[in-house]
Ligand binder design. Structure first.
Ligand code: BGC
Length: 435
């Protein structure tokens, strides 16, 4: 496939737009579920400032921008369409095009309308039927202008967060719901894929899938290896298999009940990978008690060893893991986009190195013949980091939430330099040597 490399930044609606009052997160925030009792409020006021933000994205040298449409803005009550908000997304897309920025549009990025949430969200049988009118509406309005689509952002993170690890609404522990929600999200994706392609055969549709380099904490520990393997199967590969025409099976041995084992045919044109870090599987987590997120279980997953270089969230910097993942994705013979990659680093101490090292991995992968077709840095600016509130800073630009002022961190300038030195072509080891 020869086409220009997509150099972009990524964001999502609820994390940036502000005043998303009709979704589940807004409600949760008002129940005091966010760390420090914080609420998303005006967030980055992207809803009103999108033109200046797009200009900045352009000035950074990007030729693409990944953002999401907020379902609850478009359809605040079942079957009621807010034409003003729909027009906003049309304007947003047209403004991108005007500036020479390719929009990559995500249809579901964690938040859902309250009316849908109150009916059980994606755990409900046939819930995908409610997602379809929204997809149709958006495709009708922007389908002609949008070439790149991510139907669902990180379905595994979303379902685990909501129904297993409890850091997303409704914050339940119910493994059967994890399986059910994944299945219904899959049906939603498959239907959205069909609708988008029907409107525009040329459109390219995929998902943005969170992938982690999942490893045993101790290589020699047979049981940790077996468990790491099982988690890897479920977390990294269940969705990739399902959308590429393999088995549709969202169960995990011992924990999640079986749901289905059908094959559904291929329903994606590219693979979107959100890569941040590694995950280490520990048995008897007393070994690292302070780092375990779920101390009540005999198995724990942590994101760093004590000696690793870490982000402000304690996630280790592990670019090698991305190469391993890309090598495993190669066999699907589909273009791969890094739909998210970034680091919480308020001081911008690690980000420059993080950025260059991950781009180097992409260059290496391409040298091996792996079709990596784009890179989206998460994120354009600091934003509402879900249950963590406004603490973690993932931005190339630093946000001052009081004044809504955005200012470039040094790594923003570095990103621009890198893009320009590549003249928008794909990352190359030669050119990255200079940075
Ligand atoms: C999500 C983003 C989030 C980022 C950093 C990804 O899992 O798609 O919404 O802000 O990670 O945690």
């Amino acid at each position: 496939m020869t086409q220009k490399f997509l150099w972009g930044v990524a964001s999502s609606s609820h994390q940036t737009e502000g005043n998303n009052q009709y979704n589940d997160w807004w409600d949760w925030e008002h129940e005091g579920k966010i760390e420090g009792g914080v609420r998303s409020g005006l967030a980055c006021d992207f809803r009103n400032r999108f033109k200046e933000d797009l200009l900045e994205i352009k000035n950074l040298g990007c030729n693409s921008f990944r953002f999401s449409v907020e379902w609850s803005r478009v359809e605040p009550e079942k079957g009621q369409w807010n034409e003003l908000e729909i027009a906003f997304y049309k304007d947003l897309v047209l403004e991108c095009k005007k500036l020479g920025i390719e929009p990559m549009v995500t249809l579901h990025h964690f938040s859902i309308p309250l009316w849908f949430y109150r009916q059980g969200g994606f755990t409900r049988k046939d819930s995908h039927v409610d997602f379809i009118p929204y997809v149709k509406k958006m495709v009708e309005v922007i389908g002609e202008d949008v070439h790149w689509w991510c139907t669902i952002n990180e379905p595994i993170v979303y379902t685990l967060g909501a129904y297993f690890a409890k850091y997303m609404p409704p914050g339940e522990f119910n493994p059967a719901k994890v399986v059910a929600a994944n299945y219904h999200l899959f049906l939603s994706h498959r239907e959205a894929y069909r609708i988008i392609k029907e409107k525009n055969q040329q459109a390219q549709v995929g998902i943005a899938h969170n992938m982690l380099a999942i490893r045993p904490s101790r290589k020699w520990h047979l049981l940790e290896r077996i468990i790491a393997n099982a988690i890897d199967r479920f977390y990294n590969w269940a969705w990739i298999d399902a959308i590429t025409g393999g088995k549709v099976c969202f169960s995990l041995p011992f924990i999640f009940p079986k749901h289905s084992k059908i094959t559904a045919g291929k329903c994606c044109d590219f693979l979107g990978v959100n890569y941040y870090t590694q995950a280490l599987v520990h048995l008897w987590p007393k070994v690292y008690p302070h780092e375990t997120s779920l101390p009540q279980y005999p198995v724990a997953v942590t994101f760093a060893r004590r000696s690793d270089n870490k982000s402000d969230l304690g996630w280790s910097i592990y670019p090698k893991g991305l190469l391993k993942i890309l090598r495993r994705l190669e066999k699907f013979k589909l273009p791969i986009f890094i739909t998210e990659n970034g680091i919480a680093d308020k001081a911008d101490q690690h980000r420059p190195k993080y950025l260059v090292e991950h781009l180097r991995i992409l260059a290496e992968a391409r040298n091996e013949g792996i079709d990596v077709a784009g890179y989206f840095h998460w994120s354009i600016y600091d934003n509402f980091e879900w249950i963590k509130g406004f603490g973690p800073c993932f931005g190339l630009l630093e946000m001052n939430y009081e004044t809504q002022e955005r200012s470039r961190r040094p790594s923003a300038e570095l990103f621009t330099k890198i893009i320009l030195s590549h003249e928008h072509a794909a990352p190359s080891l030669e050119k990255l040597k200079l940075h």
